[in-house]
Design a protein around this ligand. Structure first.
Ligand SMILES: NC(=O)c1ccc[n+]([C@@H]2O[C@H](COP(=O)([O-])OP(=O)(O)OC[C@H]3O[C@@H](n4cnc5c(N)ncnc54)[C@H](OP(=O)(O)O)[C@@H]3O)[C@@H](O)[C@H]2O)c1
Length: 259
C-alpha cells in the first residue's frame, strides 16, 4: 500500500485526478483546496470506491501563514505524509503593466511560496524517515518566457528549477522531487487565468492523462516529466536554438486574445 499522500489543489483538474490515482492504488490521502464541498464530494467518492481514508483540510494556501497552517493541521491529524504533491496554482493573462499587481503577487504566494514552504516542512520529516516522494506540478511554461503571462511563466520556471535542485540535495536521504511540466490541460485553469479566447487551450489534454504521467514519474523518482511528446521535442530541442526574440513573439501570439 502506498504511503499517505498530501495533495494541494485537489478540488478540481489535475489535483483531483492525482487523488483518484493514489486512491486506486490503495493509498490514504489528505486533500486540500479552498472549496470544502468539492473536497467532501471527492472524499465521499474515493472512500466509497476504495478501501482508503481521506482527510480534507479546506484552506487558502495563498494567505500569509497558509502553508504553515496546513502543516499544523496535518500534524494535528497525526498522519505521516510520505508523498507530497504540490499542485495548487493559477495563471493570469494580460499585459504585465495593466494587470492587478496584487493578483500577480498572490500568484507568487500560491505558485512559489506555498510549494517552497510545504517542501521544507514535510521534506524535513521525509529526511528523518529516510524516504519520501514529492511531485511539484510545474508547466511547460517553465521552459520559455511568457509575454502576456509574464509572472505565471516565471513562477513555473522557479518551480522546475527548485524541484530539480532539491532532488539533487535530498536524493541521498531517500527523498526525491519530480517536476511535472504539463502542456495545456482541459481544466478550470483557463477560466481562472482568463485565457479563453487565446489559442493556448487548443488541443488541451485530459487531466487524467497528465496526472498519470506525473504520478508514475514521481513514483519512479524521475527528475522531470512532460506529458506531451511534441512539446517536449519543441521546448528541449528547437526553441533553445531559435533567436530569443522569435521565441518571445511566438509565445506572445499564443497568449493574446483573438480580436
Ligand atoms: N491546465 C493547464 O493547462 C496547466 C498546464 C500546465 C500546468 N498547470 C498547473 O497545474 C496545476 C493544477 O492546475 P489545473 O490545471 O488542475 O487547474 P484548476 O482546475 O484550476 O485547479 C487548481 C487547483 O488549485 C486550487 N487553488 C487555487 N487557488 C488556491 C488557493 N489560494 N489556496 C488553495 N488552493 C487553491 C483550486 O482549488 P480551490 O479553487 O477550491 O481553492 C484547484 O483545486 C497548477 O499548478 C497549474 O499551474 C496547468
Amino acid at each position: 500500500m502506498p504511503d499517505t499522500a498530501l495533495i494541494t489543489g485537489a478540488s478540481s483538474g489535475i489535483g483531483r485526478e492525482l487523488a483518484r490515482i493514489h486512491a486506486e492504488k490503495g493509498g490514504d490521502l489528505v486533500i486540500t483546496a479552498r472549496r470544502a464541498e468539492a473536497l467532501d464530494a471527492l472524499k465521499a467518492d474515493l472512500e466509497a470506491a476504495h478501501e482508503v481514508t481521506v482527510h480534507t483540510i479546506p484552506l487558502d494556501l495563498g494567505t500569509e501563514g497558509g502553508p504553515q497552517k496546513l502543516f499544523q493541521a496535518v500534524e494535528a491529524l497525526g498522519v505521516e505524509i510520505g508523498v507530497l504533491m504540490n499542485n495548487a496554482g493559477f495563471g493570469g493573462q494580460g499585459e504585465f503593466l495593466e494587470r492587478d499587481l496584487n493578483r500577480d503577487l498572490a500568484m507568487i504566494d500560491l505558485n512559489v511560496k506555498a510549494p517552497v514552504t510545504l517542501s521544507h516542512l514535510f521534506g524535513a520529516r521525509m529526511k528523518a524517515r529516510g524516504k519520501g516522494r514529492m511531485l511539484q506540478v510545474s508547466s511547460t511554461a517553465a521552459m520559455v518566457p511568457g509575454p502576456f503571462q509574464a509572472v505565471y511563466y516565471a513562477t513555473k520556471a522557479f518551480v522546475t528549477s527548485f524541484s530539480m535542485a532539491i532532488d539533487e540535495e535530498m536524493r541521498p536521504y531517500g527523498v526525491t522531487s519530480t517536476a511535472l511540466a504539463p502542456g495545456p490541460v482541459a481544466t478550470e485553469f483557463f477560466d481562472a487565468a482568463d485565457l479563453t479566447g487565446t489559442s493556448l487551450g487548443n488541443n488541451a489534454a485530459p487531466p487524467r492523462k497528465v496526472a498519470l504521467v506525473g504520478y508514475n514519474a514521481m513514483r519512479a523518482g524521475q527528475l522531470h516529466a512532460i506529458d506531451n511528446p511534441m512539446l517536449s521535442v519543441m521546448l528541449n530541442w528547437v526553441t533553445p536554438l531559435m533567436p530569443r526574440r522569435m521565441v518571445l513573439k511566438m509565445i506572445r501570439g499564443m497568449q493574446v486574445k483573438a480580436e
